[in-house]
Ligand binder design. Structure first.
Ligand code: CTP
Ligand code: CA
Length: 231
């Protein structure tokens, strides 16, 4: 539902949102996955629709009700997500990478299920390889002038750097326009109904979004995107 008084400031724009978490198959029955529910990405899609956008939602392994009015493309692995997002980005005004994309996948998919042997101490060693960095690729190959590319980063602070330090470094290395940074930990981020974060801007700006609904964070992000979109 459109919030009363909110202008349809994304009317005539096509936005692409990736949501959920990718799964990388080990064998026909097993995968490496992550805990992303897809809720933040779905909230972004709903918020964009309420502001008049045409929305393509690239959904990786989500168990959520479809977003009426969005074009939803379902994907499984990081490679499938990459192809779907790059395809949809070809005529997009903005792309928001809210999906949790696997950084590594098993090297060499086995066609047959991996079996135990009779030796109780025997266990396979799973070798991993890197996946492609979709956000960096989108940022480096913008298909139109002024296309806005947005990333999400769940970070933890550590002895060497704060959550925001990590976010700033990530924004720079990815080359995107905006990066939403949130601190993950107990009851923060994944699988939660709520979210909070800081929207970092390529120009050095930052906006704190206090803890609240994923819809509130979504609208705060679209406010930033709208501000940057070329006329
Ligand atoms: N991302 C991506 N492709 C990947 C990995 C991540 O497009 N292979 C995107 C995510 O969708 C997110 C952003 O990059 O929007 C940041 O993800 P994150 O996991 O925080 O960054 P990484 O570069 O993978 O760094 P880290 O080693 O901290 O996981
Ligand atoms: Ca990662």
């Amino acid at each position: 539902p459109r919030s009363p008084g909110r202008a349809p400031d994304l009317a005539g724009r096509h936005v692409v949102v990736s949501a959920g978490g990718t799964r990388e198959a080990l064998d026909p029955v097993r995968f490496l996955g992550n805990r992303s529910s897809g809720r933040q990405g779905y909230a972004l899609a709903r918020a964009a629709l309420s502001r008049g956008a045409q929305v393509t939602l690239v959904a990786a392994n989500v168990a959520l009700d479809d977003v009426a009015g969005a074009k939803t493309v379902r994907v499984g692995s990081a490679a499938e997500l990459r192809d779907a997002v790059v395809d949809a980005a070809a005529d997009a005004d903005a792309v928001v990478m809210a999906a949790a994309v696997a950084d590594f996948r098993p090297r060499g998919y086995r066609d047959a299920k991996i079996k135990k042997t009779s030796d109780p101490d025997d266990a396979p060693v799973i070798e991993l390889e890197r996946t492609a960095d979709i956000l960096a690729e989108l940022s480096a190959n913008r298909v139109r002038a002024g296309q806005i590319i947005v990333g999400f980063a769940a970070e933890t602070g550590d002895a060497g750097a704060s959550v925001l330090d990590h976010g700033r470094a990530k924004l720079a290395s990815k080359g995107c326009d905006l990066l939403v940074v949130n601190e993950v930990g107990a009851d923060r981020g994944f699988e939660s109904e709520q979210n909070q974060g800081v929207i970092l801007d390529h120009d050095g700006g930052s906006t704190e979004v206090p803890r609240g609904s994923k819809s509130a964070l979504a609208h705060a992000l679209w406010d930033h995107v709208v501000e940057r979109l070329p006329a």
